[in-house]
Design a protein around this ligand. Structure first.
Ligand SMILES: [Cu+2]
Length: 284
């Protein structure tokens, strides 16, 4: 297997505590399944050689260096880029590429396949790189929507018509209600007084507005508009290819709904409540 090395140096900040994080992403194609019986062909980045509709997530600490191998086990060539980088690497079928990334700036960055953008990224190849600067509890929402037929078109080599995009399925980390609450990385569970961070990436092509019942959360990072940092709200619009970090300090116990305020996002193939619908569970 021929190996290409690409080094992305993102500045020269030296952090003495920095660790090297060695990890790999395996590009695999299978299907994403929805509760109305629909299955769509889907390609994702996986943590090992087993397909999972949840894209593998990479979580590092500020100052770490990411030493990443991206392995293409799909039958089509792919590209790889981390959001904010201008460099794109190509990964031929059966090949792998090494990417070195200095994680100097805390935030959420979407790594994706930019080939024929947004086609390949929409058909599954978009995940989250989270650069943390806190040890507080974290939860992760990769929000995305899906339209029947679009992925088939992408995999057949034909770009779908994004002007007539009307998605029917909505997922967080590749799951829809009621299965989101079974994802311990997505379902927010904590105690009154905890400091909880929710790391969000919109890897879809529609705007989603996550509505937290019961609490306000404070925006600590917003890729689209830094002037919104510090805002405390219960509903946060997140635009396509944008990312956000929310800080939540629950003041009362309870179980409260969290859902896409764009209400089509709480359906799945016309079933309700499906889609982006979960709950927060806060103990006294
Ligand atoms: Cu609501």
């Amino acid at each position: 297997m021929m190996k290409w090395v690409l080094m992305l140096f993102l500045g020269n900040v030296f952090v003495s505590q920095a660790a090297t994080v060695n990890t790999s992403l395996y590009i695999l194609r299978d299907s994403i399944h929805f509760d109305n019986g629909t299955a769509l062909p889907y390609t994702t980045f996986n943590a090992n050689n087993t397909f999972n509709a949840t894209n593998a997530r990479i979580v590092v600490n500020q100052g770490d260096q990411l030493d990443l191998w991206v392995v293409n086990f799909d039958s089509d060539p792919h590209e790889f880029r981390i959001q904010g980088e201008t460099t794109t690497v190509t990964i031929p079928v059966g090949d792998s590429v090494q990417v070195l990334y200095d994680c100097n700036t805390p935030g959420v960055y979407i790594f994706h396949d930019p080939m024929n953008f947004p086609d390949n990224a929409s058909a599954g190849l978009s995940g989250m790189l989270v650069v943390k600067n806190t040890s507080h509890a974290g939860f992760y929402w990769n929000v995305k929507e899906h339209q029947v037929g679009y992925n088939d078109s992408v995999f057949a080599g034909t770009s779908p018509n994004w002007m007539t995009y009307y998605p029917e399925h909505f997922t967080i980390n590749g799951r829809s209600n009621p299965n989101i609450n079974n994802d311990p990385d997505a379902r927010v569970v904590g105690n009154v007084g905890d400091t909880i961070y929710i790391y969000i990436a919109n890897t879809g092509q529609s705007v989603h507005s996550m509505h937290l019942h019961g609490y306000h959360a404070t925006v600590t990072y917003y890729s689209k508009d830094a002037s919104k940092v510090g805002w405390s709200k219960d509903s946060m619009p997140i635009y396509p290819s944008e990312t956000m970090i929310l800080e939540l300090v629950p003041d009362i116990p309870g179980e409260y709904p969290v859902h896409d305020h764009n209400l089509i996002g709480t359906t799945g193939g016309s079933l309700y409540p499906q889609g982006m619908f979960t709950t927060l569970l806060i103990a006294p």
